[in-house]
Write a protein that binds this ligand. Structure first.
Ligand code: CMC
Length: 438
């Protein structure tokens, strides 16, 4: 009869151990019983970059990387992109179930009544240089919000927690738009609570002298769909950062600032910006073969940005939706000339052995930048557009972590590779005196 256990024989000692298996997983803490001597620390798992380590049990988002599947709380991303809204998805991620019509209405009302930020926020955004990267402005401002809501530290008080979750989801578009307006030298625009979440964001970006900004319906919906697609993606780099920072029981503003910093990098949310720069550098479809050759010869030095994923070894389902969405957006904005380069790049890469062998497919960032650019957003603003919806995913994962009795402060182990114990030389200079007498 088959048993749900793993038997390990330690060839150093000849001893055999039987470890329980749950959900195809062993607990690495169970390895600690494997020792050569009684006073050994015990065996650890070594897994740089967490390639094969589950850090939590989660019921929020499922990715099947081989099949190209993404689901929020069981619902396929393609269906949500077609039939849901970003705010409904945010509710779903946080609460586990779709809201009823009445619940959705009060959820939308609740978010809408928290869109304004304290007037002081204006003055410290104004303190940034005119050419400050909007992502730097965004993440610093989110972190600074913790000083406005000191009670947010009560992370185990569920009422306080939810109030701050609502505040964060509602205020990130406002702060994002302020970071944009500052970089353009435009006056800040207050939220318009008569508009949808995406429509209000567009208004805060675009409104100039007109008394009321009316968003284009196609662009408003396209942005909402992009927000749905970016809302959560299980234990990626920024979400793991959110959980790790949150595990110290810091307030959610500080944790979201940490997660935003992780998102900023070009291998994560910064990739959409990098894709646009890459397509612009390629410049013409005629240069695509040379570029692909350079990527292959660069052996990891030069990458095809917007391609590849730690989990997806198939087409990223979000990229498929975005490719279709791009056509709808271009009907309104005019076709982005870089699209042809992107399509040619995808065509050549997908039939090239280098990419086939490594299972490298377009990811969410490959086409999203083309839409953002066609909608008039500057390239350095793209990652901020990613951070707005990902905030709801980060917060859902943070709440799940706080309620998980198995979670503790995140604290990995290391394999120490430094010097063995050595003593400071008896006679030598006094370093502190040296510093003081300079
Ligand atoms: N272009 C060329 N080669 C690549 C690429 C790429 N985009 N991605 C991976 N490879 C190669 C890599 O050099 C390695 O080759 P070899 O086996 O010969 O050493 C092999 O494929 C495996 O790659 P890896 O670096 O071990 O894979 P990873 O899981 O550590 O990295 C990744 C995943 C997303 C960081 C990486 O694919 C990458 O840098 N892609 C470009 C950046 C990008 O588009 N990031 C957005 C990811 S999706 C949205 C998000 O997370 O925010």
């Amino acid at each position: 009869m088959s048993k749900n256990t793993l038997t390990i024989t330690d060839n150093r000692t000849g001893k055999t151990y039987e470890l329980p298996i749950t959900d195809d997983t062993i607990r690495t803490a169970d390895l600690r019983q494997i020792k050569v001597a009684d006073d050994d620390f015990g065996m650890m798992g070594y897994d740089p970059a967490f390639l094969n380590t589950a850090s939590c049990r989660s019921a929020i988002t499922l990715i099947d990387g081989d099949k190209g599947i993404l689901r929020y709380r069981g619902y396929p991303i393609e269906q949500l992109a077609e039939k849901s809204s970003y705010l409904e998805c945010a509710y779903l991620l946080l609460h586990g179930e779709l809201p009823t019509e009445a619940q959705l209405k009060s959820w939308v009302d609740l978010i809408t009544t928290h869109t304004f930020v304290h007037e002081n926020v204006k003055s410290f955004i104004q303190g940034f240089r005119y050419d400050a990267h909007p992502m730097g402005v965004f993440l610093s401002t989110i972190g600074a919000l913790s000083t406005f809501y000191p009670e947010a530290k009560k992370v185990h008080d569920k009422q306080v927690r939810m109030l701050n979750v609502v505040r964060l989801i509602a205020k990130v578009p406002t702060i994002a738009a302020m970071s944009y307006r500052h970089s353009m030298g435009f006056p800040f625009v207050y939220p318009d609570n008569e508009l949808s979440f995406a429509g209000n964001f567009l208004a805060m970006i675009r409104k100039m002298a007109e008394p009321r900004y009316k968003p284009n319906k196609v662009l408003e919906r396209a942005l909402d769909v992009l927000f749905i697609l970016h809302a959560d993606h299980e234990q990626n780099c920024s979400t793991s950062t959110m959980r790790a920072a949150g595990s110290s029981l810091v307030d959610p503003y500080s944790a979201v600032a940490a997660a935003s910093a992780a998102l900023y990098g070009p291998l994560h949310g910064g990739a959409n910006e990098a894709v646009l720069r890459m397509l612009t550098e390629i410049g013409s479809i005629h240069n695509v073969p040379t570029f692909v050759k350079e990527v292959k010869e660069g052996k990891g030095e030069k990458k095809l940005m917007g391609f590849g994923h730690r989990v997806y070894k198939n087409y990223d389902p979000r990229a498929k939706v975005i490719k279709r969405l791009a056509e709808e957006v271009f009907e309104v904005t005019g076709r982005n000339p870089l699209l042809d380069i992107a399509i040619e790049l995808e065509r050549i890469a997908l039939q090239d052995d280098y990419f086939i062998k490594r299972k490298l497919y377009p990811n969410v960032d490959f086409y999203s930048g083309l839409i953002y650019q066609a909608m008039g957003f500057p390239t350095d603003f793209f990652t901020v557009l990613f951070a707005i919806p990902r905030t709801s995913g980060w917060l859902a994962q943070w709440c799940e972590m706080l309620d998980d009795s198995e979670q503790k402060i995140a604290r990995p182990r290391q394999v120490y590779t430094g010097s063995a114990k050595r003593d400071l030389p008896e006679s030598r200079h006094n370093p502190f005196e040296l510093e003081r007498s300079r």
